[in-house]
Design a protein around this ligand. Structure first.
Ligand SMILES: [Zn+2]
Length: 181
């Protein structure tokens, strides 16, 4: 068995989303337990006394994978993600460093720092609004801020150099996978 990228198997959910990278040994175990099906194989065999099997490159879970539904962390970056990197007053879409956040009801007027009172805002609108409510400032929110109910995408970091060809269709298809370096 070669070492390196081809000793790893990409595990997909039942819905074809990448979940994680596992060892081929683990993939074989899941296969024999009847938990996965093999979608892609590497070119070489694994031989043991009784079996010859191709090394699985991509396997898919046959049953629904229950992701632990943790609530989305209240953070600046998740606020931006919820608001799609758009100023919630003028609708301008901007890079993270051009954005700030705004207390809809200012803290000076009892506004709290929570999902329902914080929105993504460009610096210009933030200055214009100042310490006022949108109504006092004559500004309108594009959407009423709410606590998001999505679960952040699973991010698997893999070096581009080590991504086996057999994985590529699955990685770029969902766009969920961050390929680093
Ligand atoms: Zn703006």
């Amino acid at each position: 068995m070669e070492a390196g990228a081809t000793s790893r198997t990409l595990l997909l959910s039942q819905g074809y989303e990448p979940i994680k990278v596992i060892s081929w040994q683990r993939a074989i175990t899941l296969l024999f337990l009847g938990k996965v099906e093999v979608l892609e194989e590497y070119g070489h065999d694994i031989r043991s006394v009784s079996i010859v099997i191709k090394v699985p490159a991509v396997v898919r879970l046959l049953r629904a994978f229950r992701r632990h539904a943790k609530p989305v962390k209240f953070s600046r970056v998740n606020i931006y993600a919820r608001d799609n990197y758009k100023c919630q007053y003028c609708g301008k879409k901007a890079a993270m460093h051009e954005l700030t956040y705004d207390h809809v009801t200012p803290r000076s007027q009892g506004g709290r720092t929570e999902w329902t009172n914080i929105v993504t805002c460009c610096y210009e609108c933030n200055r214009k609004k100042g310490g006022r409510t949108p109504k006092q400032a004559g500004m309108h929110l594009l959407t009423q801020p709410a606590q998001p109910n999505w679960v952040p995408a699973v991010v698997i970091r893999i070096s581009t150099r080590s991504v086996p060809d057999a994985w590529r269709d699955y990685l770029y298809w969902t766009g969920e996978l961050t390929v680093g370096e």
